[in-house]
Design a protein around this ligand. Structure first.
Ligand SMILES: NC(=O)c1ccc[n+]([C@@H]2O[C@H](COP(=O)([O-])OP(=O)(O)OC[C@H]3O[C@@H](n4cnc5c(N)ncnc54)[C@H](OP(=O)(O)O)[C@@H]3O)[C@@H](O)[C@H]2O)c1
Length: 268
């Protein structure tokens, strides 16, 4: 049986929660009677959209607003969260304890850290819950499976680590593709041509490696023949671990910001 989101509330449904809705739609998940709450009233395709919290108490709530809005939203939402309500939060940084403080009556608090390719069923979603029982965990696994690779973590540090690589990752990959395209333009390609070629190169490389279960070291070795052109290029990326260092610093900066958001959410 397909998982169901019938009657669920999406409190905030912008880029990320909207991508989840799109992924669930494409997978044929039941979104009948689901409601998206957006102050702007901008429609979410396939889901009834309203500007204010509806009456009643939902069985499932997905928190899809920015972490900084937690204390703006929680006072109005908390009275609607009953002992049957499961609260799924995609808020970066806001810890389960901070969420439980705001929604003390919830049946369970589940943190999910998704990334945007969930819209294509090719996302990564880290999951963590301090209080979900086995049955609820199984239900959550079924719900998130159509969105891509769903991984339960034992602690919030692991959830944050997955978020720093996968949640933010599409932005970093996008920058790399753009840099590849810019370099192509500098070699005389048209802007459109260079963008298309860079995108297909990254898409094709990832697809090939995933299909053949090939390590990135092996991929690079298969492209770069000794003393050839690619090897000359790799020498620049690898010099003093240049690329590794840049990416590690990038992810460390994002992780520091995650720590700040967690700290802010601990103090209502
Ligand atoms: N973007 C990502 O790749 C990504 C990845 C992992 C996790 N996340 C998490 O996802 C959450 C949303 O990020 P986003 O990128 O989707 O942001 P976004 O596009 O700005 O969406 C935020 C949503 O919150 C709604 N909102 C604002 N104030 C509200 C209020 N008072 N009550 C109810 N809803 C309210 C907005 O409504 P309107 O539509 O009416 O403006 C919008 O739908 C964040 O907590 C972020 O940490 C994002």
């Amino acid at each position: 049986m397909k998982p169901s989101l019938a009657g669920a509330w999406f409190v905030g449904c912008g880029n990320m929660a909207g991508a989840m809705v799109e992924g669930w739609h494409k997978a044929g998940v039941d979104l009948a009677d689901a409601t998206a709450i957006r102050p702007s009233g901008s429609p979410v395709p396939g889901v009834r959209t309203v500007t204010e919290l509806p009456a009643g108490s939902p069985a499932l709530v997905i928190l899809g607003f920015k972490p900084q809005k937690l204390d703006e939203v929680a006072p109005g939402l908390a009275p609607k969260i009953g002992p049957e309500t499961i609260v799924i939060s995609i808020l970066a940084g806001a810890e389960a304890g901070s969420l439980r403080q705001r929604f003390p009556d919830a049946r369970a608090v589940v943190r999910a850290m998704p990334n945007l390719p969930v819209s294509e069923g090719r996302g990564v979603v880290a999951l963590y819950s301090p209080d979900a029982d086995d049955a609820l965990r199984a239900r959550m696994s079924e719900l998130f499976a159509p969105l891509g690779l769903a991984i339960w973590t034992d602690d919030e540090a692991s959830l944050a680590a997955i978020g720093s690589v996968a949640g933010a990752g599409p932005a970093y990959v996008a920058r790399f593709i753009a840099a590849l395209a810019k370099a192509g333009e500098a070699r005389g390609l048209s802007p459109d041509g260079a963008s298309r070629i860079a995108l297909e190169t990254v898409l094709g490389t990832a697809l090939m490696a995933a299909t053949h279960n090939e390590s990135m070291g092996d991929v690079a070795r298969r492209v770069a023949s000794p003393k050839g052109t690619t090897e000359a290029g790799l020498a620049i990326l690898d010099a003093d671990g240049a690329l590794d260092r840049l990416v590690a610093e990038t992810i460390a900066a994002a992780a520091r910001r995650g720590g700040e958001l967690a700290e802010a959410a601990r103090k209502p």
